[in-house]
Design a protein around this ligand. Structure first.
Ligand SMILES: [Zn+2]
Length: 154
C-alpha cells in the first residue's frame, strides 16, 4: 500500500469530510465511516474507518465498538447482496509490524472472496487483476448501503 503515503497528512483524517463520491465513501456516521479501499485485494474490498485519529481498538471509547460491530454486519450484508461471494475476510492490523498500511488511524478491512480467487497473502506486492473499477464498485454498492443502512434496527 505504498501509494497511500504520497498524500499529505493522514489519508483517513483527510476523508472525514469532503465529497463522498470523489473519495469513494459509502456511508458516514459520527463514530465511523465506510469507504472503498483504494488499493483493493479484491473487488468490494471495504474499510471501516474510525471517525477520529486514534490507532487501536484499545483507544476506542465505550460507544465505538458496538457501532463498529453493527457496521461490520452491515458491510457483510451489503457484500452478500451486491456480490454473492463464497466467503468473507474481515480483519484488523494493529501496528506496522502487523501489516497496517496506515498504523496511526484505526480501520478494519472486509473483502469478499470467491472459490478459486487469488490467495490473499500471495497478492501482496503483486499486480492485481481488478474485474471492476473503483467507480463501478462504488456505483454498485452505494444504493445497497443506503437502503440497508436505513432499514429498521440498523
Ligand atoms: Zn487520521
Amino acid at each position: 500500500m505504498s501509494g497511500e503515503r504520497h498524500e499529505e497528512g493522514c489519508i483517513f483524517c483527510n476523508r472525514l469530510a469532503g465529497d463522498d463520491r470523489e473519495h469513494y465513501v459509502l456511508h458516514r456516521e459520527p463514530g465511523w465511516y465506510l469507504i472503498l479501499n483504494l488499493y483493493p485485494y479484491n473487488s468490494g474490498h471495504l474499510l471501516l474507518v474510525l471517525g477520529r485519529h486514534a490507532a487501536r481498538l484499545s483507544d476506542c471509547t465505550p460507544a465505538e465498538p458496538p457501532d463498529m460491530a453493527r457496521l461490520l454486519k452491515l458491510m457483510e450484508d451489503v457484500l452478500q447482496e451486491a456480490f454473492r461471494p463464497d466467503g468473507i475476510n474481515c480483519g484488523y492490523n494493529g501496528g506496522t509490524s502487523a501489516g497496517a498500511g496506515i498504523p496511526g488511524h484505526l480501520h478494519l478491512h472486509m473483502l469478499p472472496r470467491w472459490s478459486g480467487d487469488t490467495n490473499f497473502m500471495s497478492t501482496i506486492g503483486q499486480t492485481r487483476v481488478m474485474p471492476q473499477t473503483l467507480d463501478q464498485v462504488w456505483e454498485r454498492l452505494k444504493p445497497v448501503v443506503d437502503r440497508l443502512a436505513a432499514a429498521p434496527g440498523v
